[in-house]
Design a protein. Structure first.
Length: 265
């Protein structure tokens, strides 16, 4: 494994070769396919525990294992965050989806030692105008950040693009959580903030692999973690939406490993 001469918070930043890219394409394919598979099941009347079990069954049938199970004591194959839950929503048999909900499902299949990490926010039936606009903007913000990725750009460029788009729509970008390096390690350097100042931070180099996963709130960016130490909600109980891709810096730009044929890319 090669490493950048840069570090992030004192941690070395891996630079992956073509073999690593190929491995991440395979892991990312399973991740994207899992979210494609679960999409028609995200509907009113289903429990988040049932969705989680279906995701787990799919990932295992594809030859991968859900990396979240037993990660720091977490017991589920996915995180499922509904409405004002920002991230790390714990699947539950008593949490039943209702018409008008928005639901983020986050999965990380580990395939042959490599992690494919992705999430999408789904709409349950007809949702409010605000919810639809928030979901659309969260996706567009992720893609705005991704399109800043190229050798010589900075992570500050990524964060600034995301924050600017969110603010233009009247939304806020969560600051307590960030994207991260990923590969054979689930959470690695660098940290990828979804806000910031252009031209600052780590300079992007070919071979870096990380996630971009902005969480946008309809109200304040402030959040709080519930007593279960996982579930994170908006402090003002406003809606929150998120999308996530895993991607690499290439010689000329970027490659997304978690693209879907069924969802916007």
């Amino acid at each position: 494994m090669r490493y950048s001469t840069q570090t992030d918070h004192g941690k070395p930043i891996p630079l992956h070769d073509e073999a690593g890219f190929a491995a991440m394409r395979a892991a990312g394919r399973i991740a994207a396919d899992t979210l494609d598979f679960i999409a028609p099941h995200v509907k009113a009347g289903v429990s988040t525990a049932a969705l989680d079990q279906m995701c787990e069954d799919y990932m295992r049938a594809a030859g991968s294992i859900p990396a979240t199970i037993d990660y720091h004591g977490y017991k589920h194959a996915s995180c499922i965050s509904v409405n004002h839950v920002v991230t790390h929503g714990i699947p539950s048999p008593t949490k039943i989806l209702r018409e008008g909900d928005i639901v983020n499902i986050d999965v990380t299949p580990k395939f042959q030692g490599w992690h494919g990490d992705t999430s999408r926010t789904y709409e349950v039936g007809g949702v409010s105008i605000l919810a639809a606009r928030l979901v659309k903007t969260a996706y567009e913000a992720m893609m705005a950040g991704i399109h800043m990725v190229r050798p010589g750009a900075t992570l500050g460029d990524v964060g600034a693009a995301i924050e600017a788009l969110a603010r233009a729509q009247g939304f806020s970008s969560v600051r307590d959580f960030c994207g991260h390096g990923v590969g054979q390690v689930f959470h690695d350097a660098p940290q990828v903030l979804h806000y910031g100042r252009a031209g600052t931070g780590v300079v992007l180099e070919p071979g870096m692999i990380f996630t971009i996963e902005p969480m946008l709130n309809a109200g304040s960016y402030q959040v709080k973690v519930l007593p279960d130490k996982w579930t994170t909600v908006t402090k003002d109980r406003s809606l929150s939406a998120q999308f996530e891709h895993t991607l690499a810096v290439t010689e000329t730009g970027f490659e997304i490993f978690t693209l879907s044929a069924l969802a916007p890319s």
